[in-house]
Design a binder for this molecule. Structure first.
Ligand SMILES: Cc1cc2nc3c(=O)[nH]c(=O)nc-3n(C[C@H](O)[C@H](O)[C@H](O)COP(=O)(O)OP(=O)(O)OC[C@H]3O[C@@H](n4cnc5c(N)ncnc54)[C@H](O)[C@@H]3O)c2cc1C
Length: 424
């Protein structure tokens, strides 16, 4: 098939690679003049790395990433270890490792492999208008293009989603959380006795406090510490100076664990990032099946389960499988894409809701609910009870990755089995 993908983010490039490897002709239209990713690091769960491995990205990813030893959750005020999840055994259990990597690195690796698979990535190409049923579009420069299928992977602020569903409602909603994103140089951290132990091991560390948290992990061959500091989304920081950001970090977190004050004095530029999610949409595909939404455009979610990339990668795999089943069957493209929508909407929307629940649990104030969370962090979620249906993960009283059942639910999902069951 001749396929156009709109957006060369991690989601769009994943779909491009997966579809090109299956033999399709793929063009990716990207509005930016150069490929770039916002933010420094990204955690890749085995849900995404399993597919990246299948597509042949494993050696390149391993060359540029850190395999952390464990995910540690600590009390914000004194650093006490509340729970630890060793990553050893993840590969055996889920088929691929849990990885942390710089966004630019995974983006470049995906781009290199997509180009090697004959994907055409066309920069400076902002899509301005779509004909959703005909499978055609118009670029901002007036050029018209058409294809057998148009895949909109144009991110959380998707203009495709807006014009497909409603020009007046952009489909997003605030989660109530925001994140300061910054980095610090490992050389500086090592040189200071107050902070040196923070990077002595390759761990993901998450400090938790009342309505806030600090997440750190190493990227760029362990030379840079990625730092994400969550807080309530109640400030307009659009006019802030770098000094104001630094002062705010010290104000919010400087009195935490003694290492935090020193660490925050070493940070580079700070950006504030209000966390939005995409509401459940009435549809993701057009009647003819010639237009589909995927990735953050369809289901952007809070990052507290680190499943955003994983959901886009699952979308890519399901899209490829649905097209390949369509080409061997009597179904119409519209019917085939409906299978894509059914399988992906259900999964992505429940993972979105569970992600926000994980953020809310992480930021609980002192009290009985926080004590329950901390018990569950100690016993790997056993005391949080047994989930019998997907909806149980949305109200779970344990914290995401620190819970064996949630890990299995997120990382052990067999997306192709789901497609084949739905196809029948
Ligand atoms: C603070 C934070 C931390 C996160 N941490 C994690 C994490 O640890 N793990 C994880 O899995 N996920 C994480 N996420 C989520 C993850 O970053 C996203 O889910 C993922 O990057 C989405 O990829 P995408 O390709 O769908 O969208 P995007 O990356 O937004 O890509 C969209 C692309 O489309 C292009 N585009 C837009 N409009 C047009 C147009 N009209 N024409 C042409 N091109 C267009 C854009 O320029 C862009 O390149 C985090 C998110 C945030 C905010």
């Amino acid at each position: 098939m001749d396929i156009i993908i709109v957006g060369a983010g991690i989601g769009g490039l994943s779909a491009a690679l997966s579809l090109a490897l299956a033999g399709h002709k793929v063009r990716v239209l990207e509005s930016a003049s150069a490929l770039a990713e916002i933010g420094a690091g990204v955690q890749l769960t085995p849900t995404s790395t399993r597919h990246f491995w299948k597509w042949g990205l494993g050696p390149d990813i391993l060359e540029h990433s850190v395999l952390p030893e464990s995910f540690n959750v600590r009390r914000g005020d004194n650093g006490e270890l509340l729970g630890t999840v060793p990553f050893e055994g993840f590969e055996e259990r889920y088929g691929a490792p849990y990885i942390v990597i710089h966004r630019a690195d995974i983006h470049q690796i995906l781009h290199k492999h997509a180009v090697n698979a004959k994907v055409q990535v066309i920069l400076n190409s902002r899509v301005a208008k779509y004909d959703f049923e005909a499978g055609s579009l118009q670029l901002a420069n007036g050029e018209e293009l058409s294809a057998d299928l148009i895949v909109a992977a144009d991110g959380i602020n998707s203009s495709a989603r807006k014009s497909f569903l409603s020009e007046t409602d952009d489909g997003t909603e605030k989660t109530g959380w925001a994140a300061y994103r910054t980095t610090a140089l490992v050389a500086d951290i090592k040189a200071n006795p107050d902070t040196a132990q923070l990077v002595a091991k390759h761990n993901c560390n998450c400090w938790v406090g009342d309505k806030s948290s600090v997440m750190t992990y190493l990227v760029k061959n362990s030379q840079v510490l990625n730092i994400v500091l969550s807080h309530p989304d109640n400030l307009d920081t659009s006019e802030w100076t770098p000094r104001q950001f630094k002062d705010e970090l010290q104000q919010l977190f400087g009195h935490w664990d003694p290492s935090m004050k020193a660490l925050l004095s070493m940070t580079s530029e700070v950006q504030n990032w209000p966390v939005y999610q995409v509401r459940s949409l009435p549809k993701w595909v057009s009647e003819s099946g010639k237009f589909v939404l995927m990735g953050d455009a369809a289901h952007a979610m809070a990052f507290y389960l680190s499943m955003g990339v994983s959901m886009a990668v699952e979308d890519a795999e399901v899209l490829t499988e649905c097209i390949s089943l369509y080409q061997r069957s009597e179904k119409t493209l519209g019917q085939a894409m409906k299978v894509f929508e059914t399988v992906r909407k259900e999964r992505a929307e429940i993972v979105r809701d569970a992600s926000l629940n994980a953020g809310n649990i992480l930021h609980l104030p002192q009290g009985a609910a926080q004590e329950q969370r901390d018990r569950a962090l100690k016993d790997d979620g056993v005391s949080a009870g047994t989930c019998v249906s997907d909806s149980d993960y949305v109200v779970r009283t344990s914290y995401g990755i620190g819970d064996q059942q949630t890990r299995d639910w997120c990382y052990g999902y067999d997306v192709l089995a789901k497609v084949h069951a739905e196809w029948k």
